[in-house]
Design a protein around this ligand. Structure first.
Ligand SMILES: Cc1ncc(COP(=O)(O)O)c(C=O)c1O
Length: 404
């Protein structure tokens, strides 16, 4: 197998240190043939597509949680190359990682940083979200301690009905007055977050947007108009034109995944290309006799003798233990094959069928394409009763990320 142009986060170029063929073994220090492959050109293309759909609104690419498991820094660079003018993170530490890597576009921290984090926010020129008096006081304390020449930009967040974080519509007006009155601060943005945008038929999105518009109107009546108004996540950006305002904040879509499996056929979602593949190699293969049970609990029984492949990934890598019980399959030799018996911590067994010509070293695709077949993160999610977001975020740091 040859995978051109591989590089590692950080990054040493791929080198053939062991004389093996797999991309992982070609990178010094990674001896287990199991890895996550991220197609950065897909991220760039996805962001460019979103930019086109939402223009003239600008794009803030959300790269929190290590870029939804894809690797925040490489994804951030790929997103900026695709046209993202801003990046969004959940934590000050995530913003710090981007700054340390030299990423210098505006980075918005999408929840109010804890008071202890405000110093880092100001030092790293991250853009904080504020929705409490305590947060505002902590930010002012951090600004005072650092003697900044220019006013520090911030975004106020208003809760229009998701009830996770954000000030009430009435209280955000008070916060806005306090910010505008303080010359060391600049009210750059005002935003909200949508709870059900991934169900395009749900009228609640319109109710949230009406509440947001009410706040914008009340601010404008007092002479204040933050120039970045934003509300849309991926679902909003792609299917609710009325939620786009000046900026949209797509996360899942930049990774090429639909916000909901029911949205996969939507014309603005269809062009997205999944960026992530989860791959490994068969570490061991053998014939096991009819009647034998496989893996812990021996619950998977062979009705005929079969070739069983061992693959060196398990639940410590983010393949949930239940995946076999819910019909999870992998691709080997271009064919779907069932995961046989419980997923264990470090390994799974795959039933390749009687007489299958599968051998150690063969490529295994757990998520991604092989030949004409594809297993998607949404397929895992639907089997497991979750969402694709959780699937990619759960792929553990133990799996090296390889960028193509
Ligand atoms: C405030 C905020 N904006 C945008 C996003 C991106 O959402 P999505 O990945 O659904 O596009 C998130 C993610 O949860 C978020 O919390």
């Amino acid at each position: 197998m040859s995978t051109p142009g591989l590089s590692r986060l950080g990054s040493r170029p791929a080198e053939d240190v062991h004389g093996y063929s797999s991309p992982v073994k070609r990178v010094a220090g990674w001896l287990r043939p199991a890895w996550v492959e991220v197609d950065l050109a897909a991220v760039t293309a996805n962001v460019a597509h979103i930019c086109e759909v939402v223009a003239p609104s600008v794009v803030c690419a959300v790269v929190k949680a290590d870029g939804y498991g894809h690797g925040a820094v490489p994804v951030a660079r790929a997103a900026v190359a695709g046209g993202a003018g801003h990046l969004g993170v959940a934590l000050a530490e995530e913003g710090h990682e981007l700054r340390q890597a030299g990423v210098d576009v505006p980075v918005i921290v999408l929840s109010e940083p804890a008071p202890e984090a405000m110093r880092l926010v100001v030092e790293d020129k991250l853009t904080p979200t504020i929705y409490t008096e305590r947060g505002l006081a902590a930010l002012l304390g951090a600004v005072a301690a650092q003697d900044r020449a220019a006013a520090v930009p911030l975004h106020l967040k208003v809760d229009t009905g998701m009830h996770r974080v954000g000030a009430s519509p009435a209280y955000v007006l008070e916060l806005a007055r306090a910010v505008v009155a303080n010359p060391v601060l600049a009210l750059e943005g005002l935003y909200t977050h949508l709870a059900v945008a991934d169900d395009p038929a749900d009228p609640y999105t319109q109710e949230q947007l009406a509440s947001f518009d009410g706040v914008i109107g009340a601010l404008a009546a007092g002479g204040t108009r933050p120039f970045l108004l934003h509300a849309a996540n991926s679902a909003g950006a792609l299917v609710h034109p009325g939620s786009r305002y000046q900026m949209v904040r797509p996360g899942i879509a930049i990774y090429g995944l639909a916000p909901a499996s029911s949205m996969r056929g939507h014309p603005s979602v269809r062009p997205l290309r999944p960026a992530l593949s989860f791959k490994a190699e068969v570490s061991y293969a053998k014939e096991v006799a009819a009647g034998e049970g496989l893996s812990y609990g021996l619950r998977y029984r062979l009705s005929a003798s079969s070739v069983i492949a061992t693959v060196p990934v398990g639940y410590a890598d983010g393949a949930p233990r239940r995946l076999s019980e819910v019909g999870g399959q992998v691709l080997i030799g271009g064919h779907r094959r069932p995961i046989a018996g419980s997923v264990t911590m470090d390994q799974i067994l795959v039933d390749c069928g009687p007489g299958a010509g599968v051998k150690a070293g063969d490529e295994v695709v757990l998520i991604g394409r092989q030949g004409d077949e594809e297993v998607t993160a949404w397929e895992w999610a639907e089997r497991l009763g979750t969402i694709a977001y959780e699937v990619t975020c759960a792929l553990s740091p133990r799996l090296p990320r390889i960028y193509t």
